[in-house]
Write a protein that binds this ligand. Structure first.
Ligand SMILES: [Zn+2]
Length: 511
């Protein structure tokens, strides 16, 4: 009952608005263009995007670049303009370290990498140090609550600390959430390197190649930090080691300088790679300086030991949906029914690594975000959530539509009621939902800049992030309906008189 009332009121307000704004062109019918988004067409694209040739589309790899080229060619063939100056691709830097060597010696005894010690490549820099003193400094804490460096001068010295937090502070301090707190404290006290006694084995997984990262140029470069075994610590502290270990379980034990000849060696090479967002642009008519963004991520997990993670649903489905939505808008424009606002079709990469591409666009937008009325983000629309109760043949999860603009949800619902009639499931829009879906795809990088968003999602399934997420398992009929819903919603966003009002405080979304 209530829903019907709201929809009725909205329809009324839309009609009265349209009557008021005389210059607004008569609304065209989007149906014939939505009908060009077909299961067959989506299937054709998805078998290519999620095919073996694309090698799982891992960010900053050849597979990603092949997928980017495919998307760019599609945009070009449709006649879309490049969305980043004269280029369809917006490159952003990606870094990856390979270790060349690592060594650790105490008083002439050398220890074994990945058994007695390890090092986090990404935060370490190439250096070989020979130190004659080591400062033991408890848990390595040095702030307003506690100073494990009290009574010693750590300037220019290697420090040795234990991992963990003092018993009284377990789980209660900000420090527990700052991964660099120990390095910050060491640096503040003038230390040049940190040896941290690991809980358990210091072995790090993987080979000599580190993970990719984007923050290659750091505001602060911290002292190199080696995770060490208890044997290494005992070789430095001698008989004191066990006593210190016991004392730290209940509280503290004073800092102390140990005389020991310690050699710390680490060398890496850093490859400077790049990845890209692929952006196609369609100019609007009378409102062309305002924008609608449709987004999807085209990267996936790549290959592991030659096993391809195809990522057909995640997010080949959103990517191909976007390609077909773009085509539908091109056909509308060719028929003289192009959108009033400009439309930005953006496929981003780096999503699986940490929403990198959308974060980069959010910080380096090629069109102003304050003139971007909405981002409609599509990530996984080709499958069915087996956990979902009830009819699963005609639904989509809708997330975030009420977070920044009170305009958006009623519009989204009225468009769906009028055209696609999917069941809009708000399960993942509940702030208490433990999956925290709202923060887990690229729309979030628009929302954090204040752009109202809708995220379309089918939920996860047994093939999620597995090599078995393949194009043969897609429900193309349902996928087409969901893509059509995005098209209709974008159409409404692009053609209504006003941009969405931003009447909900930005901070309210971080509940
Ligand atoms: Zn994913």
């Amino acid at each position: 009952m209530r829903k019907l009332f709201i929809a009725g009121a909205l329809l009324f307000s839309l009609t009265s608005q349209a009557q008021k704004a005389k210059k607004a062109p008569k609304a065209a019918d989007p149906k014939p263009f939505a009908a060009t988004i077909t299961p067959d067409d989506l299937k054709k694209h998805l078998y290519i995007v999620a095919g073996a040739e694309m090698e799982g589309r891992e960010t900053a790899t050849d597979g990603q670049k092949k997928a980017a080229a495919y998307i760019e060619n599609h945009f070009k063939s449709l006649g879309l303009a490049p969305g980043n100056g004269s280029s369809y691709q917006q490159l952003y830097p990606v870094f990856q370290d390979s270790m060349v060597r690592a060594g650790l010696e105490v008083n002439g005894k050398s220890f074994e990498y990945n058994k007695d010690f390890s090092i986090n490549f990404a935060s370490a820099y190439t250096s070989t140090l020979f130190g004659g003193d080591v400062v033991f400094a408890g848990y390595g804490i040095s702030d307003s609550t506690r100073d494990d460096y009290a009574g010693v001068n750590a300037k220019g010295k290697i420090v040795l600390v234990f991992a963990g937090t003092p018993p009284a502070q377990t789980g209660t301090t900000v420090r527990g959430r700052n991964p660099f707190a120990i390095q910050e404290a060491a640096q503040k006290n003038g230390a040049i390197a940190v040896l941290q006694v690991a809980n358990g084995s210091p072995r790090r997984p993987g080979g000599n190649k580190g993970n990719m990262y984007v923050n290659g140029f750091r505001k602060t470069i911290y002292p190199n930090t080696f995770l060490i075994s208890e044997e290494v610590a005992a070789a430095i502290m001698g008989a004191d080691f066990n006593a210190a270990k016991e004392a730290l379980k209940t509280g503290t034990t004073p800092a102390k300088v140990y005389s020991a000849n310690v050699m710390l060696d680490f060398a890496k090479v850093t490859a400077q790679l790049n990845s890209s967002n692929v952006i196609g642009f369609m100019e609007g008519t009378d409102l062309k300086d305002e924008y609608v963004v449709i987004s999807a991520h085209y990267d996936h997990l790549g290959k592991r030991d030659n096993v391809i993670y195809f990522g057909a649903d995640d997010d080949g489905s959103g990517t191909t949906g976007l390609l077909d939505i773009a085509e539908a808008f091109v056909k509308a424009k060719a028929a003289g029914k192009g959108p009033r606002r400009s439309i930005i079709f953006i496929t981003v990469s780096g999503e699986e690594k940490g929403l990198w591409g959308s974060a980069y666009y959010g910080d380096h937008p090629t069109y102003p975000l304050d003139k971007t009325t909405v981002d409609l983000n599509i990530d996984m629309i080709g499958r069915i959530d087996p956990k979902r109760k009830g009819d699963s043949t005609n639904y989509v999860y809708v997330v975030g539509d009420d977070k920044l603009s009170s305009d958006l949800k009623p519009i989204s619902e009225s468009v769906n009621n009028k055209y696609t009639k999917l069941e809009l499931d708000y399960k993942y829009n509940d702030p208490k939902d433990t999956e925290r879906i709202y923060y887990r795809s690229d729309h979030f990088n628009f929302a954090r800049k204040g752009v109202p968003i809708i995220f379309y999602f089918n939920g996860t399934h047994a093939d999620y992030h597995r090599p078995t997420d393949t194009p043969d398992k897609i429900d193309y009929v349902q996928m087409a309906k969901r893509a059509q819903l995005v098209f209709y919603t974008a159409w409404e966003m692009a053609n209504r008189n006003d941009m969405l009002k931003r009447d909900i405080p930005l901070d309210a979304q971080f509940r």
